[in-house]
Design a protein around this ligand. Sequence first.
Ligand SMILES: [Zn+2]
Ligand SMILES: [Zn+2]
Length: 340
Amino acid sequence: MDDLQFGTRDKRGNWTPNARLEIAPFWTGRFENLGRWLIAYIWPHNTIFMAVTLAYWYLVLPPMEVMQTLSWTWMLKLHIVNSLGIFLLFGSIELFYYIRRKQGTRFKYNARFPKENPSDVFWFKSQNIDNFLRTFLFSVPLWTLIESVTLWAFANGWSHAVDPSQHWIWLAVLVLLAPAIHEIHFFCGHWLIHRGVLYKWIHSIHHNSINPSPWSSLSMHPVEAAFFFSEMAWHLLLPSAPFVAMFQLTSTAYGAIVGHIGFDKLEITEGQAVDSHAYAHYLHHKYFEVNYGGDGLIPLDKWFGTWHDGTKAADEQMMERFRRKKERLAAKAGKTTPAK
Ligand SMILES: [Zn+2]
Ligand SMILES: [Zn+2]
């Protein structure tokens, strides 16, 4: 496909989409876009996450009575499936788009591939090896642990679970709201770990990948990973059900790849491509202090002034915000610097 019909490429080869990022239309009153937005909300990402959750529910998880006891048997099986699932999903996108480079740099925001930039900040100077190891040494085990403990709590009745046969309408609504719960949980924790020493000690590890690729998705400090996956526990507090909690966590774990794909569209055939929805989080990796949340389902970034929609105007607003912050910090340190 000709990516220049959808965006522009600079001298360095970096590609930028023409379309600006839009928050969900019900916040802006642009209801004429609602149909298109709803289809994109359901297909393909959330439909795939639902299919994966159903597969876990029927093929991987034991009956609730078995999960009343934390035992290696079912936890290890769950861990093997989680590891394999991530290996297959992230690994196949890595294989086709980063190793075989099936679409070259078409629709790729950053013209370079992580392999071309060895750096001391990574284990073995390699972003890929570092990110891969952190994913499987810390993040996936923490995911399994939090998942198992939450299911164990449900199995023992330590929740506000409701009966699905009686409250199925509410549970269906809650499934539709799961991405909103994710966005609020993720925004708050993510914003917090961008402050001071929390950034230095915890979140800088994730941000070492300025040019993210699939393995960057779950490459986090264990504290960040624990927070990231703990959003499943909201379903112990809400009137919910274990299946909805599983959908929440499955979408979060597998969905982590969405912002780290690095391409705006993934070409499937010659003339067909799917939108990756990666741009909002790509801009976060590029500029650090914008787009702490997702792509505007609950537009917390818009409300708190940190939204970057990819346009030149948003660039200018961001630079102005950085300049003001610099002045504030300088004033705090007792020396005022003149505005540039
Ligand atoms: Zn990221
Ligand atoms: Zn961040």
